[in-house]
Design a protein around this ligand. Structure first.
Ligand code: ZN
Length: 155
């Protein structure tokens, strides 16, 4: 990083730490040529996020696509649309702050399921059933039982 005071290219990082918002890294730099000190911020850019699909293919992260899948899972559920928006923003922020720009689709799916599980059990099961490719009905039943151990015990 070029020194803003003297133009020297060979500056040193003295200290790196997460900024308060935890989506950026704050670096304090020192220029040995002129003694100047300055600060830079390193931040993940959403447009650079790449999804690695299970078949190994890569594609640019698409927030709209994520939003569509979540809205399908949330269809007709009694959840405030504003809350859904907040959840989606929260998921995207989490992805942005992971530090990696290449994110396996599996990991995104798990983050979405975690978020859905906190908001609405039915939406979570809908999403998970598609996501985990539960093909046999008994698998699906077992999955729901595992999700709600109390309900299973009452049977
Ligand atoms: Zn300098």
């Amino acid at each position: 990083m070029r020194c803003p005071f003297c133009g020297n290219i060979d500056t040193q990082v003295k200290d790196s730490r997460p900024a308060e918002d935890h989506v950026s890294i704050r670096r304090r730099r020192f220029c040995p040529a002129c003694g100047g000190r300055f600060t830079t911020y390193e931040r993940v850019q959403l447009r650079d996020l790449v999804v690695i699909k299970s078949n190994g293919r890569r594609e640019d992260f698409d927030r709209d696509k994520l939003e569509r899948s979540i809205r399908i899972a949330m269809q007709k559920r009694p959840v405030d649309p504003e809350r859904i928006d907040q959840m989606i923003s929260g998921i995207v922020r989490r992805l942005e702050s992971m530090g990696e720009t290449d994110i396996p689709s599996k990991q995104i799916g798990e983050i979405v399921m975690e978020a859905l599980a906190r908001i609405d059990t039915v939406a979570y099961v809908r999403f998970a059933s598609v996501y985990k490719n539960f093909q046999a009905a008994d698998d699906f039943d077992r999955f729901v039982s595992e999700l709600r151990p109390d309900a299973a015990a009452e049977k």
